[in-house]
Ligand binder design. Structure first.
Ligand code: GLY
Length: 379
């Protein structure tokens, strides 16, 4: 028996496990592969609420900003507990415009950012190259967002793993959860590890299973339409060419320590296919070259592929479900790393106090139930 069983050992599952264990709950995390397998360790780790601000509902922007504010403390606590670095950097991000279309888009983004209280500074092409000398001489302008930060997701996941271990979380890897059902006053999970079945009883279950939320997992809950959106990301290696995260509407380039540069990311509907493709790589390198021509001489170190867990409205579910004791923190789409700090804090609040704060209402499980009833009625 455990107080909380968490289905999924990605950045969301581990962050919630860490926070719940710090609040005195016994926690068991069940991970079907290795921690961070689906999306978390592939993520570029940008903490950049400014990026897709024009496409993002205000409720989600506010949650992103809340998470960004919590991040320094979140990282300090993880690093203090487990002794491993999360690779946090605070250089900010820089939009780079290539032509008049991009310039008009940056004016538009600046206006929305100002309306939403996000600080940003417009720049000329020359000012962009003063800040980042390797940016293409063809760049005509930029937008600097100093409040945007980043973590290295390949460090964050092991750091979280170590922190969880330090606060007593039990992590079971290569362990698939086949079903969750109510049984005599608690919840019973049926598990499969190396082809043998077992059960685990828990007072509460948190579903943080990423794209596998509705794939081979039987629960009392209605299906609410989880699907994977594939993202490919190219890792280059060589002379460091940038300090800031650089981006335009087609691509982002994320510098990591040691001369690693990530260029991401494709957005593809290919189900659970995790193969890198020539077309995806071609697009990323072509768009990346327009921003930083010097990438031509870097080594291709890796092509990484992740599956973003996504609901129809591209918003996560955070909170209780329709079954007592079963909670959900899933569907973070492009924002799992950024939203991890707020998700851990608010899920721990909800699961230890039973109160759901008003600002989590847009992320309720229930929001899908009306749509589902309508679809069923329409046949
Ligand atoms: N967070 C950026 C992406 O998913 O590509």
């Amino acid at each position: 028996m455990t107080d909380v069983a968490i289905v999924g050992g990605g950045v969301i599952g581990l962050s919630c496990a860490f926070e719940l264990a710090r609040r005195g709950r016994s926690v068991t995390v069940l991970e079907r592969e290795q921690p961070g397998f689906g999306a978390s360790t592939v993520a570029a780790g940008m903490l950049t609420p400014s990026f897709e601000v024009e496409l993002t509902p205000q409720s989600l922007v506010e949650l992103q900003l809340d998470s960004l504010r919590r991040y320094p403390q979140f990282v300090r606590e993880i690093e203090a507990a487990g002794g491993q670095s999360c690779g946090y950097r605070d250089e900010g991000s820089l939009w780079v415009s290539r032509h008049r279309d991009d310039e008009l888009e940056l004016d538009h983004i600046l206006k929305i950012q100002q309306e939403r209280g996000l600080p940003a500074r417009r720049m000329t092409g020359q000012e962009v190259r003063q800040v980042e000398p390797y940016v293409s001489p063809r760049a005509v302008g930029g937008l600097l967002v100093e409040s945007d930060h980043q973590v290295d997701s390949r460090k964050l996941v092991p750091a979280l793993h170590a922190a969880c271990h330090a606060v007593g979380v039990e992590l079971r890897t290569q362990t698939a959860v086949k079903s969750v059902e109510r049984a005599r006053g608690s919840l019973q999970l049926t598990l499969e590890h190396e082809a043998s079945a077992s059960t685990l009883n828990a007072e509460q279950v948190l579903l943080a299973a990423g794209v596998w939320l509705e794939d081979g997992l039987i629960t009392p809950l209605p299906r609410i339409g989880m699907r994977p959106i594939k993202g490919q990301i190219v890792h280059l290696q060589g002379e460091p060419l940038a300090r800031h995260v650089l981006r335009n509407s087609d691509v982002y380039l994320v510098p990591r320590h040691g001369g690693r540069l990530l260029i991401g990311a494709t957005e593809e509907e290919q189900g659970f296919d995790m193969n890198p493709t020539a077309g995806g790589t071609l697009d990323l390198l072509r768009f990346g070259f327009e921003v930083l021509p010097g990438i031509y001489d870097l080594d291709v170190a890796e092509i990484d592929v992740g599956l973003r867990p996504t609901f129809h409205d591209h918003m996560p579910v955070l909170g209780p479900t329709t079954t007592d004791g079963i909670y959900m923190a899933s569907g973070h789409y492009r924002g799992g790393v950024l939203l991890a700090a707020a998700t851990a804090h608010w899920m721990a609040e909800v699961m230890t106090t039973a109160d759901v704060p008003e600002h989590l209402e847009p992320f309720s499980f229930d929001r899908f139930l009306g749509q589902r009833a309508q679809q069923e009625a329409a046949g």
